[in-house]
Write a protein that binds this ligand. Structure first.
Ligand SMILES: O=P(O)(O)OC[C@H]1O[C@H](OP(=O)(O)OP(=O)(O)O)[C@H](O)[C@@H]1O
Ligand SMILES: Nc1ncnc2[nH]cnc12
Length: 180
């Protein structure tokens, strides 16, 4: 079995969570298996380095609240990048940029600290999963407002049948493709 097939086999599948009609894909079983978690991080690092070699070295890894925080800081440290969190509304101190957005099962608000990204910095957005793309698109808007440039959006899992990637202003990559 390939590494990606193995990681896919570990995903938890929860029909009708958190709402009827949503099939929730749970990444936590991967994190419970240290070899699988290491494999996941190595795969994502290898992808980010090779896919962005011509755009220039990424400088900032932007992780999305909450599950993007489990991946982002590890990847940032290994790549020698800054880690910047995008948090749900009202959680970050100091001046913030704000964007409201729609996601697969509701509406929400994302914030980033003003000054966390410098003008022209090359950013990679990291999250566990892309569904409708509302969250990732909102993060891209915050990066733009901050003066940064998004090189790529990177996810563990994608639900391509929801076409979320079509909303994004840069290329997107997901290592596991979920079926409808
Ligand atoms: O592509 P979308 O339709 O926007 O959905 C994807 C987002 O939804 C989930 O987060 P959620 O907002 O549920 O927050 P959590 O990580 O705090 O559970 C997931 O971790 C993504 O961030
Ligand atoms: N189907 C899904 N599974 C896990 N997280 C999600 N976030 C949005 N949709 C999701």
């Amino acid at each position: 079995m390939s590494d990606v097939a193995y990681l896919k086999s570990l995903l938890g599948v929860h029909p009708d969570f958190p709402k009827k009609g949503i099939t929730f894909l749970d990444i936590f079983p991967i994190l419970r298996d240290p070899v699988a978690f290491e494999t996941l991080i190595t795969h994502l690092i290898h992808h980010i380095i090779t896919a962005n070699s011509e755009a220039g070295r990424p400088e900032v890894i932007v992780g999305l609240d909450a599950r993007g925080f489990l991946l982002g800081p590890i990847i940032a440290m290994r790549l020698g990048c800054a880690f910047v969190p995008v948090r749900k509304g009202g959680k970050l101190p100091g001046a913030v940029e704000v964007v409201k957005y729609q996601k697969e099962y509701g509406t929400d608000e994302f914030e980033i600290q003003a000054g966390a990204i410098q003008d022209g910095q090359r950013c990679i957005v990291i999250d566990d999963l892309i569904a409708t793309g509302g969250s990732a698109h909102a993060a891209g808007e915050l990066i733009k407002k901050s003066g940064g440039k998004t090189l790529e959006y990177v996810f563990i899992v994608g639900l391509p049948f929801l076409k979320g990637h079509e909303k994004l202003d840069a290329k997107s990559y997901w290592m596991i493709e979920a079926e409808d």
